[in-house]
Design a protein around this ligand. Structure first.
Ligand code: ADP
Ligand code: MG
Length: 551
């Protein structure tokens, strides 16, 4: 075939493909425009997870009516004049591409008014083709309406994930921007459901609660550090709070959400030796560097950046986080005078990592590979849980029945000491209890007979927006386990009954444990999902290291 120039329509769809991948990318671009326009209040409304509608209204500077048609042209921007400016960018946008891209793959309507014009103007763009500009009465600011995203690019539509996933990407994006800009008021809603609303009073921890839930937000450690050209602020999780993936590691660089491998590596190095293998911290960090120190013009969506002095930034982040972690690190809970140099095992106090493995997820640590005498105990019950489909693997590993033991007592409020036929046994009380609960629960589950008990007064639990969607998809599975949970309002659920096995423990804690760490699409097998659900609750319900037990 001869070489031909692409039609402008095809060319602009190709260009759009680099920036606009999914509904959340539209939200990101429009949000950034509103922030660049100095908006104080940003209101986002979506319908059908953003496929049908994304509307963002701001009270920023607005676009002069005479510039409306330019705003939607490619490479038209008010934020950059000379090529040198590219190396000292202080706005979020600068390429003048977003509106052109969004306009070419949707039906987009801009309504905007600037202070010194009496009326506003409106322009509609459909599949890249602009209509006429009309005058409208409106307040100062801009409202962008994006309807039927990808209606003219069916191939893109096919690549969109489930509504739950797309919605979650939007929720998590907006929540993070709200956190990065605590002085602005954000509101995100879908239908009558308000997912997020911030007050703009500058209080980051309140927004953190919207992101992670109150429990987790309370535990997050605040960090602030400054060194000649760099400044870092934000929140990091204590070493007891981890996730099985890196998804909760967030960096903002000069007010922009970036995904930078070296920043994450620096962070993980700071946590090195504090976390079990395969566990990751939760962090939201805001790094500020002089605009000349960074090149943001290296990635279509500006998600990646290049630092002028990579090593310096790396070591600044690594040192600052490490320092904060050490400053906050908890006092060992074993009195040194009593026990000499004995230290508690880090994993024994780790409340989130699974101390024994189920299924075949390599992200979980498999204790059966460790040598015995590491302080972990293998507990065998008569009924092997049929749901564990790697049963043979487990049997082939070093599981041996535990003989009858005589309990001597507890040491360090962490290990049970017992005498057995072949010597002394140290039992990690948390790991053992967790396993016992799990076996009991799964046995009852296999027999389809999980005794459940109604709570005297149902307990209402509010979850962060992302967890809400996940929990809804898990409600039927929960029912199988004897939890009676129902939706009770926006992001709020009511626990009405719990498995008898867990009676006496806090229903709110167990509900949170259920959604925590849950990865969407983590396994297509209902069996495995249920086994993991069970593992998560048992982990939370089990006695912890540091808990004194009665004989
Ligand atoms: P960029 O942000 O890279 O400049 P965009 O295509 O996102 O490019 O926007 C083009 C121009 O339209 C911006 O430079 C800005 O002047 C104007 N604009 C877009 N959105 C807004 C808004 N919400 N408020 C005011 N001006 C806006
Ligand atoms: Mg922009």
């Amino acid at each position: 075939m001869p070489i031909r120039l692409l039609s402008s329509e095809v060319a602009s769809q190709i260009a759009a493909g680099e920036v606009i991948e999914r509904p959340a990318s539209v939200v990101k671009e429009l949000l950034e425009n509103s922030l660049d326009a100095g908006a104080r209040t940003i209101t986002i409304t979506i319908e059908e997870a953003g496929r049908k509608l994304i509307e963002i209204a701001d009270d920023g500077l607005g676009i002069p009516s005479a510039e409306l048609d330019l705003a939607i042209s490619r490479h038209a921007t008010s934020k950059l004049v000379r090529s040198e400016d590219l190396f000292s960018i202080s706005t979020l946008g600068f390429r003048g591409e977003a509106l052109a891209s969004i306009g070419s793959v949707s039906r987009m309507t801009i309504t905007s008014r600037v202070e010194n014009e009496l009326e506003g103007a409106r322009l509609r763009v459909e599949g890249g083709k602009p209509g006429n500009i009309t005058k409208v009465g409106t307040t100062v600011g801009t409202t962008m309406r994006v309807e039927d995203l990808f209606y003219n690019v069916p191939a893109r539509l096919k690549f969109l994930k489930s509504d739950v996933t797309e919605r979650r990407a939007i929720d998590s994006l907006v929540t993070r921007y709200a956190l990065a800009y605590p002085d602005k008021r954000f509101k995100l809603s879908e239908g009558r459901n308000i997912t997020l609303q911030t007050s703009g009073d500058g209080d980051r921890r309140a927004i953190l609660a919207a992101l992670y839930g109150v429990d987790v937000a309370k535990q997050m450690l605040e960090i602030t550090a400054e060194e000649d050209l760099y400044r870092i602020t934000g929140f990091i999780s204590p070493t007891s709070l981890t996730r099985s993936n890196r998804r909760e590691i967030t960096f903002f660089l000069n007010g922009r959400w970036v995904h930078d491998g070296s920043l994450s590596t620096a962070l993980l190095q700071a946590y090195h030796t504090f976390l079990m293998v395969g566990r990751y911290p939760l962090t939201t960090l805001f790094l500020e560097v002089h605009p000349e120190e960074v090149d943001v013009n290296v990635h279509p969506a500006k998600a990646e950046v290049r630092f002028r002095n990579q090593d310096k930034v790396f070591s600044f982040v690594q040192r600052s986080v490490r320092k904060a972690l050490l400053a906050y690190s908890p006092v060992p809970n074993v009195a040194p005078s009593l026990w000499g140099t004995m230290r508690t095992r880090p994993s024994a106090s780790n409340a989130v990592g699974l101390d024994w493995a189920i299924g075949h997820d390599e992200k979980f640590s498999v204790n059966s590979e460790q040598s015995p005498g590491n302080g972990d105990l293998r507990v065998e019950t008569e009924a092997q849980s049929p749901i564990i489909d790697r049963k043979s693997e487990i049997e082939n590993s070093s599981f041996t029945p535990v003989p009858l033991l005589r309990l001597i007592g507890q040491i360090g409020a962490t290990y049970l000491v017992a005498e057995g036929p072949d010597g002394l046994y140290l039992v990690d009380q948390h790991a053992a209890h967790e396993r016992v609960l799990f076996e009991k629960l799964m046995t009852q589950h296999a027999m389809k007979n999980i005794p459940s008990q109604s709570l005297l007064t149902p307990v209402a639990v509010t979850l962060p927006p992302q967890s809400t969607h996940l929990l809804i998809t898990q409600l039927p599975a929960l029912q199988h386990f004897g939890f009676d949970v129902e939706e009770f309002g926006p992001n709020t659920f009511q626990v009405r009954a719990m498995p008898t096995l867990f009676m006496g423990s806090d229903p709110a804690v167990s509900l949170r444990a259920l959604v925590e760490d849950f990865e969407e699409d983590e396994s297509p097998l209902q069996n495995e999902i249920e086994a993991k659900l069970a593992a998560r609750v048992c982990k939370r319900m089990a006695v912890k290291a540091g808990q004194a037990l009665s004989h």
